[in-house]
Ligand binder design. Structure first.
Ligand SMILES: [Zn+2]
Length: 146
């Protein structure tokens, strides 16, 4: 199911390589968008949710700019978490008219269930605030690997 979801997202964003959203939603290298930053693409393998490659094998970008660089993504995850919570609230309370307890429960369950995705999205957003897509790097690496 998640692979299906991932494939759909990739399909939607396929033509937007070079756009930050592509890197944020696919977890690809923020500079060349050519490969995943994570050792396992599936965030629900919990032991590997936050396991990342040290460098991009295409453009050699080092992901961890400085020690504990990704601690900063916790600020981002706060915002991302709220976005998920608001979505859960709107769906359960406003759309399904579920009442206060149901809304509360769906918010809690949503945050638990989507935690791996929230954590990765936050890292992707965080690193994309510091690094930008470079067409040169993307094409250079492509021709080197061809
Ligand atoms: Zn790269």
């Amino acid at each position: 199911m998640f692979n299906f979801y991932g494939a759909k997202i990739r399909q939607l964003l396929m033509f937007r390589k070079g756009n930050k959203l592509y890197s944020i939603f696919t977890g690809t290298c923020p500079k060349c968008h050519q490969e995943s930053m994570y050792s396992n693409k599936n965030p629900y393998i919990l032991s590997e949710t936050l396991k990342m490659h040290e460098r991009c094998s295409h453009c050699q970008t080092k992901y961890k700019i400085e020690p504990s660089f990704f601690y900063g993504s916790m600020y981002v995850s706060y915002g991302v978490g709220i976005a998920f919570a608001v979505a859960a609230f709107v769906i359960s309370y406003v759309i399904f008219n579920g009442g206060r307890n149901v809304a509360f429960l769906s918010i809690v369950l949503t945050l638990i269930f989507f935690l791996p995705i929230i954590l990765r999205l936050s890292r992707n957003i965080w690193i994309n605030m510091f690094m930008h897509y470079s067409k040169d790097l993307a094409e250079k690496s492509k021709s080197e690997n061809a």
